[in-house]
Design a protein around this ligand. Sequence first.
Ligand SMILES: Nc1ncnc2c1ncn2[C@@H]1O[C@H](COP(=O)(O)OP(=O)(O)OP(=O)(O)O)[C@@H](O)[C@H]1O
Ligand code: SF4
Ligand SMILES: [Mg+2]
Length: 366
Amino acid sequence: MSAISKVNTEPPAGTGQVGSTAAGTGQAGSNAAGTGGVGVPVLEVRGLTVTFRTEDGPLSAVDRVDFEVADQEVLAVVGESGCGKSVTAMSLAGLLPRTASVDGSVRLDGRELVGADKKTLRSIRGREIAYIFQEPMTSLNPVFTVGNQIGEVLRIHNGLSRSTARKRSVELLKLVGIPSAERRIDDYPHQLSGGMRQRVMIAMAVACDPKVLIADEPTTALDVTIQAGILDVLRGLRERLGTSIVLITHDLGVVADLADRVAVMYAGRVVETANVNELFAQPKHPYTAGLLAASPSAGRHAGTHRLNEIPGLVPVLAEQPNACTFADRCSRARDTCTTEQPLLTAEGTPNHHVACWNPVREPVEV
Ligand SMILES: Nc1ncnc2c1ncn2[C@@H]1O[C@H](COP(=O)(O)OP(=O)(O)OP(=O)(O)O)[C@@H](O)[C@H]1O
Ligand code: SF4
Ligand SMILES: [Mg+2]
C-alpha cells in the first residue's frame, strides 16, 4: 500500500481525463471576458466547461469559466454550496471521475492540461499543481507516519534518498509551523490535532514546490483560532516560496484576510471578478451584493463569517440556459435577463468584471 495521500498525487479511482483539448478556446462564446489585471498568468483557464453524465441525465456543473492566476497571487473562489467551486478546482488537473466531460482550456505555465495524457497529468499533479482539501483525515493515510507520507512524495516526485527525504520532511514540517518537527515526524495522523493534520497536508502539498496550490475549503473543519494559524501558513508559503494559490472558501473573513482577487461563482458560472477590496466596497452583481449584505460584518472588516444564504436555491441545471441563471432570485431582473445570457464585462474599473444586465451602481452598505 502506498503511504502517499491519494489527494496530492492521484485522482480518485476511476478518474480519467476526459473531454477535448481546446487550446486556444479564446473568448468566443465564453462565459467571461477575461479577469484582467494580473501579471503574467501562471494558470490560465478559458471556457472551462464540465458536464456530468448522471442517471437522471446530464448535469451542467461548470459553464465556460474563465480566470487566471498570476505569480504569487491568491485568487479566492466564492459562492454558495453546489455552485461548482470544487468541480472547477478538480478539473484543473484531471481529478474528476470518468462521468465528467471537460471542455475548454487549462494552461499551466503555457502547457495545456485539458486532454493531456495520464502520464503528463500524473507528473504535473503534486509537482506543479497541488491540492489541499477540507478534511485532512480523509486525505492522510492513517497507517503511515507523517514522515513516511511526506517522504514518499519527495522520493517519488523528486527522487530523493530516504535520508534526504526525511531531512527535507522535517524542514517542511517546520515551514508549516509544526513544533518539535524532529519528533512529530514519526507521529501517525491520529496523534495530531486537526490543525496539525491540516499543516501536514499543506507540507505534503508544497513538498515539491508547486507553482499553484489549490486549497479547497482548507480551514472549514477547523475552529477559528486554528484557522488563523493555517491562513498564516498559506500567506507564508506565498511569500517564501512564491506559490500562487487558488483559495476556495465560504468564509468572507478568509477572503478578506488572504485573497488578492475574488471570483464569485453562481450556478456554474463566474458572475463577478474584482480585486478584493473593490469587491467588498462595491459589489456590482446583485448576487454578490446579496451575499455580502446577508453576512453581518462582512466586507473589508470581516472576521470569520461564512457566506450567508440568500433566499432561494442555486439551480441544478441539465444544461445552461441562454439567460441569467440568477433571474428567479433577483430583485433587479428585467426582461432581457431571461432571454439573453449576460457575459462578464468590465464595469467601473478595468479589473472589475460583472456578468449582469443591470449591475448595482449605487453605493452598497456592507
Ligand atoms: N461526481 C459528480 N457527479 C455528478 N454531479 C456532481 C459530481 N460532483 C459534483 N457534482 C455536482 O456538480 C455541482 C457542483 O458541485 P461542487 O462540488 O463543485 O459544488 P461546490 O461549489 O464545491 O459546493 P460546496 O460549497 O458544497 O463544496 C453540484 O450540483 C454537484 O451536485
Ligand atoms: S442579469 Fe438580470 S437577473 Fe441576472 S443578476 Fe443581473 S439584473 Fe439580476
Ligand atoms: Mg466544494
